[in-house]
Design a protein around this ligand. Sequence first.
Ligand code: FEO
Ligand code: CA
Ligand code: CA
Ligand code: CA
Length: 587
Amino acid sequence: KGSLKPAPTALSFEAVPVNRLDAITVPPGYTARAAFAWGEPLLAPYPAYRDGGLNSAAEQALQIGQHHDGMHYFPLESGPRGSAHGLLVMNHEYIDQATLHPAGATVDAEGRRPQEEVDKEIAAHGVSVIEIERRGQEWTIVRGAYNRRITGATPMELAGPVRGSRLARTQYSPDGTRTRGTLNNCAHGFTPWGTYLTCEENWAGYFVNTDAERPREHARYGIGAASRYGWEARHPRFDASRRADDAGGDFRNEPNTFGWIVEIDPTRPDSTPVKRTAMGRFGHEGIVFGTPRPGRPLAFYMGDDANNEYIYKFVSRDRYVPGRADGSLLDHGTLYVARFDDDGTGEWLPLDIEDAGFRAAAAAAGVRFADQADVLVNTRLAADVVGATRMDRPEWGAVDPRSGEVYFTLTNNAARTPGDTDAANPRGPNPYGHIIRFSEDRGRHEATRFEWDLFLLAGPEGNSLGPDGEALDADNILASPDGLWFDHNGLLWIQTDMSGSQLASGPFGNNQMLVADPVTRRMKRFLVGPVGCEITGVVTTPDARTMFVNVQHPGESGSSHWPDGAGRRPRSATVIVTRDDGGVIGA
Ligand code: FEO
Ligand code: CA
Ligand code: CA
Ligand code: CA
């Protein structure tokens, strides 16, 4: 780090104070405007958004989904035009029934959710591919052939070791090669070959299993007797209970086709999304690759966001060759889980049935795995048996483009007790969260050893530690860090996902985005969101002069009318941030 020059940008803007306004606040000299909101028409015949939850399920399937989250910008042209015309691809993590439907969630006389509501909810999930173009300072949606909605019902392929496994065979796909839909897509990633990766996080809550005994591939992920939205009433595939009377077979393996990294080619609207099973099955928050080196394996870092879950790494078997790489690189390789030792070093532990150490650990724990597909479907259990470090809810990762260091947000952990802390998770309970970082041995992302330290401890002025080793102050206090992204200039953008009393009455105000320079170790608050929202998802155009930031579920708590104004329902949307002098964002 000492040898790196400070980022060319210098955080010269005025820090935004904490606030509880129902608006976006950015520093003086910047402008923020909302665009690409939930319900905006994307596909022909372009049904207009109707306030009051009045759009039908069929219309929702042609419109931008709800609850914007991770996103990436893919330029469609080379050179400067690439920063004026591209594909913005974004996740829609979940839904808010109160705003989605005219009168919120309802049930019929038999207590079942209505078909139309369920289908609208499924259509509001997934991913949007949005072709956008800038004319002057205005970005608009191009009504062209790239626009696409991927939903909770879109047909998908399974690839990697679980493809064809007995654990993936369902009534829909008796040979275990296909599934339908992607759900609870929180953060995201992309690949060096220009595809989008969407991550399935809290998918378990969409299924039920009412059996007294549930298999480990359900139980370890929290599938229980009730689902979040009751979709099983209209789509039996969401009921993973054993049903002896079902002539066509039951749906016990349906949840095994969720919990994966899903690869989408945004430039081919007719392509089938592919679930890459070699990368493990858990509550996938996001995914980020280590600096690609031609002729070496490619590594991807991933967090499992739940109390006391783990940080993982996938290292490809095949070597990365620019221009030749494609998604098959993600089908062969080694999945590792991290152990952080108290001396500031750590080790990547392979979850590989071919590895003698892994087999010995499983045997010692009394756990049997039939094959690598069984290991992958039960990734959390495999990580348990090798003694990985239980973390404070791993959310987004980011790789410093200059130093190669890997950063992860650990958002908070209400379940950690005072007697159960370790050096990497030093607070019990941990209501504020922290950011950990590590350097791979000899700077190689495929290494199995690393060194780590804590980049910051979030919290109020009296209970925090900033990147500079001092307590945080009014310009940069934060809690529950979640979104994390390195821009092209080596600045680290940090987004928050506070909720409950921390959001309602803490010293931190509304959810927000800050920016840190790891070299100068300075950090400032850049943006504060409207009431009751989460700020999640950030990317810029390649010229770093347009920034896109997602605002998820304004009004989820408190009362918001953002962005449409008084009398209208709140909507998730993208905020477009520019500098009034046309300069680089964050400078
Ligand atoms: Fe969906 Fe882990 O935040
Ligand atoms: Ca998140
Ligand atoms: Ca979160
Ligand atoms: Ca959220």
